[in-house]
Write a new protein. Sequence first.
Length: 132
Amino acid sequence: MRTTHPRTAYRAGLGLAILAILLLVWLSLGVGIIGGDGDPVNRVYGTVLAIGLVGAVLARFRPRGMGRTVLAMAAAQLAIAVIASIAGWGMPYSGPVEILAINAFFVAMFVASALLFRHATRTQVERGVAPP
């Protein structure tokens, strides 16, 4: 059975996380995920970005810590979606279903990234390279 090289899985996880972050910044600041264009409540997504930045630095960009970081980002993204839906943020422009659907897309991207980082960690262990 052929396994993916840990470096490939790591790069794919990092690339997916960066793509999700770029899309999140573009949609939240440019178009507006919650409410209309320029709605200030979209600044709450800065929390997700801050978690990613702080987590990556604390993890020293190592696969295990990066996996945990993007999972924390996914959890924050989900929490924002739930709070926005319950609180009625963005109405009448963005309904709860729209907010949950768009945020589910980002949660899925962050979770997929975490799985790739996890694969990178596991592959290192299988190859005898113990992750820090």
